[in-house]
Design a protein around this ligand. Structure first.
Ligand code: UDP
Length: 316
């Protein structure tokens, strides 16, 4: 690790993505030098364009499943590269498996080489279609390995296992965050996830497509809350998985109504088939994050949606 007088150096994989770019902004604001890596498979240059010319940000266009060579010291490696929406990993199943496995291997190798601390962006998807509700970190999950979501779920499960192996075998300092549904500006409008889908449909006064009967639940965390929790986890001493998310749970039918209301839309709700293996319920148990990180979400859904809707208005 570099001495206290020097600014820390962070490497962020997936820096041009939704979460990676918000994390990069927070790190730069907190005095880190950031090296962002992305291959733009699902990331976008628009998300990092504002950092162009900033002396504390350097960008490398690279697929992180290939060997990552960097000169100079690195203090923190944040591994965020991955397709992350159900449509993305349906379209990119092999890239999803590769970045979760080979990409995690390369990012861990970099952390080992540089004696840097490593954090893996894991996911609530490792709990699959959960049989325990809400989900605590101790729950081992209910995943269909061969279903359409298996490529993402199993890649992230492998990533967690590899992270623990590097901790045990190579003594790399590691952190594992399990990220629950998150929303905010810079989500891709057409990534198929429920937040961009509902908001863009509502803004265009088009039917809002609720899958199944809309009784399935999710719990949405605003991106600034999430990134703060992840930062605290990296800086903490805790090296087992921690859920970060907002426990305010709702059905997708309710959520559609809220979006229509918040956008003052004329849209009607229509029902479409439920995708295979769509989890019926999801809500983080955040007892650990509260206790260990002194963290809990602050942004209310109505406030977070306001900013998110304003962002999507510029995109539809
Ligand atoms: N969903 C929906 N309509 C859409 C997109 C998604 O009803 O147009 C539902 C989806 O079936 C799931 C929930 O919204 O139950 C969240 O889906 P998302 O793709 O955002 O992510 P997930 O939480 O399933 O990974």
């Amino acid at each position: 690790m570099s001495s206290k007088s020097k600014p820390p150096t962070s490497v962020v994989t997936g820096a041009a993505g939704f979460l990676g770019s918000h994390l990069t902004d927070l790190l730069v604001a907190r005095g880190h030098k950031v090296i962002g890596i992305d291959n733009f498979v699902t990331g976008s240059v628009d998300n990092i364009a504002h950092l162009g010319g900033n002396p504390n940000f350097k960008f490398i266009q690279q697929d992180v499943t290939e060997f990552i060579f960097l000169e100079g010291p690195v203090d923190y490696v944040w591994h965020f590269a991955s397709p992350a929406s159900p449509i993305d990993y349906l379209e990119l199943p092999i890239q999803t498996l590769k970045v979760g496995s080979l990409g995690t291997h390369k990012a861990l190798g970099l952390a080992k080489e540089k004696k840097a601390r490593f954090l893996i962006a894991s996911t609530s998807e490792i709990y699959g279609d959960p049989l325990i509700h809400p989900q605590p970190e101790e729950y081992w999950g209910n995943v269909n390995t061969i279903g359409p979501r298996g490529c993402y779920d199993e890649a992230k499960r492998f990533a967690e296992a590899l992270t623990m192996a590097y901790r045990r075998e190579h003594k790399v300092q590691t952190r594992i965050v399990r990220i629950f549904n998150t929303y905010g500006p810079r989500m891709r409008i057409n990534d198929g996830r429920v937040v961009p889908a509902f908001i863009s449909q509502a803004l265009k006064n088009k039917p809002v497509t609720v899958f199944g009967q809309g009784t399935q639940t999710r719990s949405f965390c605003y991106v600034s809350d999430l990134i703060e929790g992840i930062y605290r986890l990296m800086m903490s001493k805790y090296d087992l998985p921690v859920n970060i998310g907002n426990p305010t749970e709702m059905t997708m039918r309710q959520f559609a109504g809220q979006i229509i209301h918040a956008t003052h839309s004329k849209s009607k709700i229509i029902f479409k088939p439920l995708p295979q293996d769509d989890p019926k319920q999801r809500k983080p148990d955040i007892t650990k994050a509260k206790k260990i990180l002194k963290w809990e979400p602050k942004v209310k859904l109505a406030d977070g949606l306001k900013d998110t809707i304003a962002y999507f208005r510029t995109k539809v």
